[in-house]
Design a protein around this ligand. Structure first.
Ligand code: GRF
Length: 204
């Protein structure tokens, strides 16, 4: 039997998606192990969640480095040193540079709280996404897991989950409907990759 996949999660904020991935690994729903949690923010709550789970945390603040290129290559080296098989972005708010894609080709995933390719790209994060969906009068929204490339919220789509947009929705109520779907979708995609059901080479 193959070894468990070694997963790194990159998160800048609260980390509920990180929590879902850690819980699923611990409970055996994902044949993998979160071996490191990386943040660009020293005080991200995601780091507290990781520490509470006994998982190594690493902080790479871009302002501590001469360039984004250097910052990103340091993250890539740290993850290579830890023999990471899969990188999961979970609310990571800094764009990764080419060195990460070269270090982990087709092995970096992201979750986005909308049905890409709509409502993605620069400025489309957090509440802004849901505001835009409501303003456009969309009848449904949801979330997307995709492979990461050098553009924001771009790269081959691996899976989506849909939810209705209600006429009374505010960005907060819509986000609250989508968030649990994100957790389920991300866990199922990562579980499929770790069990060999999802071949990322063939995607996109
Ligand atoms: C999620 O909505 C995710 O789709 C987006 O950032 C948010 C992170 O939420 N990329 P959390 O920190 O996992 O709760």
């Amino acid at each position: 039997m193959e070894d468990k996949k070694r997963i790194a999660v990159l998160a800048s904020g609260n980390g509920t998606n990180l929590q879902a991935l850690m819980d699923a690994c611990r409970e055996g729903r994902i044949f993998g192990e979160v071996v490191a949690v990386v943040s660009n923010k020293k005080y991200a709550y995601a780091l507290t969640r990781a520490r509470e789970a006994g998982i190594e945390t690493l902080v790479f603040d871009p302002s501590d480095y001469k360039s984004r290129t250097l910052w990103c290559s340091k993250i890539a080296s740290a993850l290579k040193e830890r023999n990471v098989d899969l990188v999961c972005l979970a609310g990571f708010m800094v764009k990764l540079e080419a060195s990460m894609m070269r270090a982990f080709p087709r092995r970096i995933l992201n979750i986005h709280p909308a049905l890409l390719p709509k409502y993605g790209g620069k400025g489309m994060f957090g509440k802004h996404v849901h505001e835009a969906v409501i303003a456009a009068g969309e009848k449904e929204s949801g979330c997307t897991v995709h492979l990461v490339d050098e553009l924001f919220d771009h790269g081959p789509i691996l899976a989506q989950a849909k939810v209705p947009v209600e006429p009374s929705d505010t960005p907060d109520t819509l986000a609250a409907r989508i968030h649990p779907q994100e957790h389920q979708l991300y866990v199922s995609v990562v579980a499929d990759f770790c069990s060999g059901k999802l071949n990322l080479e063939g995607e996109g």
